[in-house]
Design a protein around this ligand. Structure first.
Ligand SMILES: Nc1ncnc2c1ncn2[C@@H]1O[C@H](COP(=O)(O)OP(=O)(O)OP(=O)(O)O)[C@@H](O)[C@H]1O
Ligand SMILES: [Mg+2]
Length: 414
């Protein structure tokens, strides 16, 4: 029989599902954590005429969330922001991109004596050229701040479209129009995203979206747990942040499943044991591709190969800001996991194998022999591997400490 009490726990669970959103962008500024530097850079680009922006970074770091909320962070004064976002798909052309943008721009005109509503796309049934875009963007009144976001730019296959986009941004900039065009997408650097079209780069602010800092991750969790009226113990928080590796969607997923675990215990405080339970359910509900690549990469009938231990060590290895690590970086965590000193010669061959079809290309490799660098081909794989490591007890207390960076040490004093 359901009691009033059960109902309130159910309500709490429902609220948690609303606050933790591992698979969709953040939709309100209250739930958006950190990113003040990136917000500042983008706002400056919006404020300055002739200035645009390219926002780039690894998959899943929070690019779309910021691009969507930017409209609320811009100091508007008495003006109104007109925000238009187009997510590029692989079949898009220059015309289809702008046709979609133009669909969001309305105007009214008198026809046969009756005022009618139109969209600018009605005016362009066929091709759209850069000069058309410049003209249409010049019609915004002085009281409007137009922001046009072209997201998922890495999806664009049409090379001509990329060239025309670059030309357009340059032309809009040269005309000194109030409109700001923000190109958003996955890439290690700007050139990779805009494919060497340098004219767009010259008039654009380059905004790298890095992984989230410990502080930002902490804010992400605190705000949500706080809204539920719950509490988060230090150890539990540290574990979620350490395992998420700066990728917000994992903090959401792990945060949510840990909250569920506390709710199942009828407890308002999340403990480390809730996170351990959360890890299991997060692994289970992870994308199928993560699970199957992990299996392909680690599956072996030679017990000595220790692929599971090795990939876990890779996930623990210190890396540069773009996620690249050297075989040397793997030595310490690998030795920690297997419990005896292991140097590069012991595992170099297996490491290279991770970057082959045979092991699902779980890693990417670059550089030449003696100077190889590796990284996870998909960033989300790194927290997944760590969670598997914790769930399968490959990572002991000592290895867990490796997860803690100096910054975390300061935040969670023991
Ligand atoms: N500042 C933030 N505060 C809290 N959660 C965030 C923040 N930024 C992103 N997230 C969360 O992180 C996840 C990924 O966000 P988002 O979709 O914006 O990233 P993305 O970089 O656009 O990803 P993709 O490369 O897949 O397009 C979502 O679950 C989102 O809710
Ligand atoms: Mg996105």
């Amino acid at each position: 029989m359901s009691t009033e009490r059960d109902d309130s726990w159910r309500t709490l669970r429902f609220q948690a599902a609303d606050l933790f959103t591992p698979s969709s962008p953040v939709s309100t500024t209250e739930l958006f954590a950190g990113r003040s530097r990136e917000i500042e850079k983008l706002t400056e680009a919006v404020a300055e005429r002739g200035r645009h922006a390219i926002q780039y970074g690894e998959p899943g770091v929070g690019k779309t969330s910021l691009a969507k909320l930017l409209q609320y962070f811009v100091p508007r004064g008495l003006k109104k922001v007109q925000y238009i976002r187009k997510a590029v798909v692989s079949t898009d052309t220059f015309t289809s991109i702008w046709s979609s943008v133009f669909q969001s721009i309305r105007f009214s005109a008198i026809r046969d004596g009756i005022a009618q509503e139109y969209t600018v796309s009605d005016l362009y049934p066929n091709n759209i050229a850069p000069s058309d875009v410049v003209r249409e963007l010049s019609y915004f009144g002085e009281t409007v701040i137009p922001i046009i976001v072209v997201d998922e730019f890495q999806q664009l296959r049409d090379a001509e479209a990329a060239r025309l986009m670059s030309e357009t941004v340059k032309a809009v900039s040269d005309e000194g129009l109030a409109a700001t065009i923000i190109v958003v997408g996955v890439g290690d650097n700007v050139d990779e995203l805009v494919r060497g079209h340098s004219s767009i780069v010259r008039c654009s602010e380059e905004v790298l979206m890095p992984r989230m800092t410990t502080r930002e991750m902490q804010e992400l969790l605190d705000v949500r747990v706080g809204q539920l009226g719950m509490k988060l113990e230090g150890d539990a928080k540290w574990k979620i942040i350490g395992l998420s590796k700066g990728l917000p969607s994992f903090a959401h997923a792990l945060g949510r499943s840990s909250v569920y675990s506390a709710i199942d215990r009828r407890h308002m405080t999340l403990q480390e044991s809730d996170v351990d339970i959360g890890i299991k359910s997060t692994i289970e509900s992870s994308q199928h591709t993560l699970k199957s690549t992990y299996e392909t990469a680690t599956n072996s009938n030679q017990a000595r190969a220790r692929f599971r231990q090795l990939i876990t060590a890779c996930a623990l290895a210190k890396s540069d800001p773009s996620g690249w690590f050297t075989p040397k970086d793997v030595e310490e965590p690998f030795s920690g996991i297997v419990g005896e000193r292991r140097t590069i010669e012991h595992f170099n061959g297996n490491l290279k194998e991770f970057a082959s079809d045979r092991r699902g290309n779980i890693l990417h490799v670059k550089g030449s022999e003696r100077n190889f660098r590796f990284r996870f081909s998909e960033p989300a794989m790194q927290p997944f591997v760590l969670m598997k490591g914790v769930a399968e007890n490959l990572i002991d207390e000592k290895a867990m400490n490796v997860l803690s960076s100096k910054e975390q040490g300061e935040l969670f004093p023991t």
